[in-house]
Ligand binder design. Structure first.
Ligand code: FES
Ligand code: FES
Length: 152
């Protein structure tokens, strides 16, 4: 029996292959479909979740690698959907098609823990997630708004 801690809850997974990508477990087994599939090879960032607070790509993180670490998905980023990053995303109307946006927010939330006042250059280098709709200017603006809110 394998179990992992997701969004503060211990979740029993039954007998699973330790090499199963975390993304499959989250979406197919636990029904946490906020996290999306894109490239499957850590190139797009759409599947980003937090492992002990740090951004990781769940398409290339195996369930065996998770071990006792705490997984946080967009469903657990806040209790009420009002994490400063989520609020800023709404305020700036960031999403277009929306597909990449959960990964973008999870990456931004992790970045803001260590870089509390990121510049455009910081954002461009740390936020390597791809957005096919080109929402990058709004993402930068929203991150700066969230950073200000988190400093209050
Ligand atoms: S699906 Fe994981 S980085 Fe693209
Ligand atoms: S909003 Fe469409 S891919 Fe980013």
């Amino acid at each position: 029996m394998t179990s992992i801690n997701v969004n503060g809850e211990k979740r029993d997974l039954g007998e699973v292959d330790r090499d199963t990508p975390l993304l499959w477990i989250l979406r197919d087994q636990l029904g946490l479909t906020g996290t999306k599939y894109g490239c499957g090879v850590s190139e797009c960032g759409v599947c980003t979740v937090h492992l002990d607070g740090e951004a990781v790509q769940s398409c290339v993180t195996t369930v065996g690698e998770v071990g006792d670490s705490v997984v946080t998905t967009i469903e657990g980023l806040s209790d009420d959907g009002k994490h400063p990053v989520q609020n800023a995303w709404r305020e700036h109307g960031v999403p277009q098609c929306g597909y990449c946006q959960v990964g973008q927010m999870m990456m931004a939330a992790a970045m803001l823990k260590t870089n509390k006042n990121p510049t455009d250059e910081d954002i461009d280098s740390e936020m390597w997630n791809i957005c096919r709709c080109g929402t990058y200017p709004r993402i930068r603006a929203a991150i700066k708004t969230a950073a200000k809110e988190m400093q209050k």
